[in-house]
Design a protein around this ligand. Structure first.
Ligand SMILES: [Zn+2]
Length: 290
C-alpha cells in the first residue's frame, strides 16, 4: 500500500516536471499491417490532437510494400504522414515480391537467326550473367508515325542481325525474345569500366533489355534520317510511366535471380558512346532502383 502511494506521487511529480499534456488532448493511432514487414511507429501510440505523425512501412525480404489503407496523406508511399485530428487506424499492405509477367515474343523465342546462325549458349552458363544493358528500339525509320508495333521488332532484329533478351512495349508489357542463358547480339563493340574482359565482349556477360522508345531530335538525326525525324510525334519520344514500372520490376527480378549489383546496369550509350545514343537523354535513371 505504501509502495503504491509512492509510485503515484512519483508519477504526478514526473507529469509536473515534463508538463505532460492532459489526457483529453491525446488521440489514439493504431498502425496495423497485412503481409510481412515492419511498420513505424510499431502498433501506433497516443499523439497530441492535431499533430502530424510520420509513418513508415518496411517490407520483409521477399515482400514489397503495396499501399496504405486508412487516412494517410499518400497511400502509395511507404513513408508518409497521418494528421491526428481524431482516432485513426491505418494498415500497411505488403504483397509477395512475385515475378513479373513475361510474355513470349511475337514469332516465338529466337534460338536461330534469320541468317541461319545459332544464338549460342553462354560459355560459362548462367554464371556469366553479370550485367544488364538498357537499350531503346523503334520502327521510326520505316514508320515514323506508327513506330511502336511490337510485331515489327522481330523484322528489325532480323534485318540487322541483332536481338535482345527482352523488349518492353509502351504499355509496359514485357516480351522475351531470347532466353537469358543465350548470348544475344545487342551490345556490339565497346568497352566498360576499363575491364579488358568486357571489351567488345559484353554480349557474353549481359542481358539486353530494349525499351520501345525514341530519343531527342539530335540523338535520332543520324539514326532514322532527317525526314523520319521530322515526322516523329514529340509524344512518341522518351519513355512511358508503364515502361518505368515494368522495367523496375524486371530489373529487380533479374538482379535477384543472377546477383547483379546496381552498378552493373548500364546504358548502351555508356558502353559505346561514339556510336550509340540509347537509351539517351530522355531516359531518367533516377526512376529505376532508387
Ligand atoms: Zn542499343
Amino acid at each position: 500500500m505504501k509502495k503504491l502511494l509512492l509510485t503515484g506521487l512519483l508519477m504526478l511529480g514526473a507529469m509536473g516536471i515534463t508538463g505532460c499534456t492532459p489526457e483529453r488532448n491525446q488521440v489514439d493511432l493504431k498502425v496495423q499491417m497485412q503481409g510481412q514487414g515492419m511498420v513505424e511507429p510499431s502498433e501506433g501510440g497516443k499523439f497530441t490532437q492535431g499533430s502530424v505523425v510520420d509513418v513508415k512501412a518496411l517490407p520483409a525480404t521477399g515482400w514489397q510494400f503495396s499501399r496504405w489503407e486508412g487516412a494517410v496523406a499518400e497511400a502509395y508511399r511507404s513513408e508518409t504522414t497521418v494528421l491526428m485530428d481524431g482516432r485513426k487506424t491505418i494498415r500497411a499492405i505488403f504483397i509477395p515480391d512475385s515475378d513479373p509477367e513475361i510474355m513470349e515474343a511475337p514469332g516465338g523465342i529466337i534460338n536461330w537467326r534469320a541468317d541461319g546462325s545459332e544464338v549460342l549458349r553462354r560459355i560459362g552458363g548462367e554464371a556469366d550473367i553479370e550485367y544488364i544493358m538498357i537499350h531503346a528500339i523503334s520502327d521510326a525509320a520505316a514508320n515514323p508515325s506508327n513506330p511502336y508495333e511490337i510485331s515489327r521488332i522481330r523484322d528489325i532484329f532480323d534485318s540487322y542481325g541483332v536481338e535482345s533478351h527482352y523488349v518492353i512495349d509502351r504499355e509496359g508489357a514485357i516480351y522475351q525474345f531470347v532466353h537469358d542463358e543465350r548470348i544475344a547480339h545487342h551490345a556490339g563493340a565497346g568497352s566498360w569500366n576499363q575491364d579488358p574482359k568486357l571489351t567488345n565482349a559484353m554480349n557474353r556477360y549481359a542481358i539486353g533489355i530494349e525499351l520501345l522508345g525514341i530519343g531527342t531530335r539530335a540523338e535520332m538525326k543520324d539514326v532514322i534520317g532527317t525526314l523520319a525525324n521530322t515526322q516523329v510525334r514529340s509524344a512518341d519520344r522518351g519513355y512511358t510511366e508503364n515502361q518505368y514500372s515494368a522495367l523496375d520490376h524486371l530489373l529487380h527480378h533479374l538482379m535477384e535471380r543472377y546477383g547483379i549489383p546496381r552498378g552493373n546496369i548500364i546504358g548502351h550509350e555508356a558502353y559505346d558512346p561514339g556510336r550509340k545514343w540509347d537509351p539517351g537523354a530522355l531516359f531518367d535513371w533516377n526512376r529505376i532502383l532508387p
